[in-house]
Ligand binder design. Structure first.
Ligand code: NAD
Length: 296
């Protein structure tokens, strides 16, 4: 069993750290929020007084932070950079969703100091984090991936080796851009059917059995009441916030710009989510984008 320093115990990181504990690992946890720290300590984690204490002597350091600036600050450029205390034998796994360029530059800085840093962002949301069924998209060498896999297996169901450093973040941006497009398209089609007198449940079933079938129709219908147990049937609470989708679409736009890849559909989806967020819906689940089509 390994000793794991876990930094960032929010909606995702908290349950991920708890799954590592359940698998029998020793977890030294740290978060700026005392409440987040307490929730992991209550499950048997060691509450560290600082990120440096959590990372010192750990075999693995896992981070789950909001954005690239936090990751870079934590490891490399902050007041007490963890690169100063992490053991050369340890593997650093950053599961935050951040821009690929920062992931690559922090990884390169780690390499220069004889340290090992990989990007391993996740898909599956808070439900997947709690259930231990996340998908991990890993940017790493073959040796780093082999070392990380048993740890990631404790928190996820599908562990993908996307490629070298940064590849996990690129895969995540591609996936979430696709997700935003299909959720907007599904909302658009369902709303048009409803405005023309169709029952959304009937129309959803027709499209599910036809060529319009997609993930939103299968497991995440945006129309309230069509499906049980999804955010649309719970006032769009829980799930994956519009704010986070907007952030991820920003990362996709950066990738598109730096690689000169045209993304007209992704840009349109980003505009829709931006408009939706500006109307005060940033805290709702992203399937609430259907409300944009329903406003009178
Ligand atoms: P969150 O805001 O709930 O948690 C982030 C945590 O990081 C907070 O508890 C905060 O106190 C802590 N933190 C920030 N800076 C810190 C520092 N320097 N040291 C220690 N702790 C620090 O966010 P979340 O929903 O858990 O998301 C985390 C990451 O996972 C984000 O990059 C997000 O895009 C990604 N993600 C989220 C979801 C989701 O559904 N919520 C799904 C997939 C990926």
């Amino acid at each position: 069993m390994a000793t794991i320093g876990f930094i960032g115990l929010g909606n995702m990181g908290g349950p991920m750290a708890i799954n590592l504990l359940k698998a029998g690992h020793e977890v030294k946890a740290f978060d700026l929020s005392q409440a987040a720290l307490d929730s992991v300590a209550a499950e048997g984690g060691h509450a560290a007084a600082s990120a440096a204490e959590a990372a010192t002597g750990a075999d693995f350091v896992v981070s789950m932070l909001p954005a690239g600036v936090h990751v870079q600050g934590l490891y490399q450029t902050g007041d007490a950079p963890l690169f100063d205390v992490i053991s050369k034998d340890a593997l650093i796994i950053d599961s935050s969703t951040i821009d690929a360029a920062t992931a690559q530059s922090v990884s390169a800085a780690a390499n220069e100091r004889g340290l090992s840093f990989i990007d391993a962002p996740v898909s599956g949301g808070v439900g997947g984090a709690v259930a231990g069924t996340l998908a991990f998209m890993v940017g790493a060498t073959d040796a780093q991936f082999a070392k990380a896999k048993p740890i990631l297996d404790c928190m996820g169901k599908n562990i993908f080796h996307a490629g070298q450093s940064g590849a996990g973040q690129i895969a995540k941006a591609c996936n979430n851009m696709m997700l935003s497009i299909l959720m907007a398209g599904t909302s658009e089609a369902l709303n048009m059917g409803m405005k023309n007198g169709l029952d959304p449940a009937v129309l959803s079933e027709i499209m599910k059995q036809s060529s319009g079938n997609n993930w939103a129709l299968q497991v995440y219908n945006p129309v309230p009441g069509v499906m049980d147990g999804v955010p649309s049937s719970n006032d769009y609470k829980g799930g994956f916030q519009v704010d986070l989708m907007f952030k991820d679409l920003g990362l996709a736009m950066q990738l598109s710009q730096q690689s000169n890849s045209p993304v007209p559909m992704g840009s349109a989806a980003r505009s829709l989510f931006s408009l939706h967020k500006s109307k005060g819906n940033g805290g709702l689940d992203f399937s609430s984008v259907i409300k944009l089509y329903q406003d009178n």
